[in-house]
Design a protein around this ligand. Structure first.
Ligand code: GLP
Length: 249
């Protein structure tokens, strides 16, 4: 049985819909005096979702006071104030523009000493669990088929951990870093197992460059060679893609 796929005419319409769904979850939790737990992604794909959430905050009074966030991943090593850090990305594209309490924001720490990473990762998982798990997890997809930074070879039950980045992933990141040699060789990422625990998973993919990996992810044999294929085993996933990303399906 195929995973649910919703194809939109373009990424703008799709992103508005996704933002609306997230806003509904936030408001439903608010009404019950509860916390909404969002799993967030970086990259180009979710930017318009964040832009719409900012608009909903500024123009329609959507509040993030009851929102706790966990980001999928971060380069390692990296300083939070460096131009390419995911801390910087999230502030620029969302957190600096809404009323979220920064104490409720969680992003893997790219500044840790290597010997402290395993304990950090375990605490990250425990913290997600302590909030009752992630309500909705946003995902992009890399051209290697990675979700988060779960590169080919990642195990289906993997947890948050330090990983080595794939060559193609580093090449794709090289323009952000002004050369591949400047792209960190490692990252800290939530695992496939961590992502699977989310009550709802939304994978976003736009434009023709993603068409071939989207086909593999949705129609390919489930395999560690393309970690996004694991999502075929989830009952809670939806692929939200635009027409251009759908052309090979
Ligand atoms: C990076 C991120 C992933 C993201 C991927 C795709 O590698 N770590 O989480 O899904 O890029 O990015 P984009 O949305 O820019 O295509």
């Amino acid at each position: 049985e195929k995973v649910p796929v919703k194809i939109y005419p373009n990424d703008t319409e799709a992103s508005l819909d996704v933002a609306k769904r997230i806003a509904i979850i936030i408001k439903q939790k608010q009404a019950k005096g509860k916390t909404a737990v969002l799993g967030l992604a970086t990259g180009v794909s979710p930017i318009k979702v964040y832009t719409e959430l900012i608009r909903l905050h500024k123009e329609e009074g959507l509040s993030f006071k009851n929102v706790v966030t966990f980001n999928l991943d971060e380069y390692y090593p990296i300083q939070p104030n460096s131009a390419q850090s995911y801390v910087r990305f999230m502030k620029e594209h969302l957190f600096d523009h809404v009323d979220i309490d920064m104490a409720n924001v969680n992003i893997p720490d790219g500044t840790l000493a290597e010997q402290d990473i395993a304990a950090f990762c375990m605490a990250y998982e425990q913290k997600i669990n302590s909030y009752g798990g992630i309500d909705v997890q946003l995902l992009g997809i890399g051209r290697t088929g990675h979700i988060g930074f779960n590169e080919p070879g990642s195990a289906p039950n993997s947890g948050t951990r330090l990983v080595t980045l794939n060559n193609l992933t580093r090449r794709d990141a090289s323009k952000d870093f002004g050369g591949k040699e400047n792209v960190p060789t490692k990252a800290i990422t939530m695992g496939i197992g961590t992502i699977f625990k989310a009550r709802e998973i939304i994978l976003l993919a736009w434009n023709g460059k993603k068409a071939s990996i989207i086909k593999k992810a949705i129609e390919g044999e489930i395999s560690p060679d393309v970690p996004a294929t694991y999502l075929q085993n989830s009952d809670n996933v939806e692929f939200i893609i635009d027409r251009d990303a759908s052309v090979d399906l």
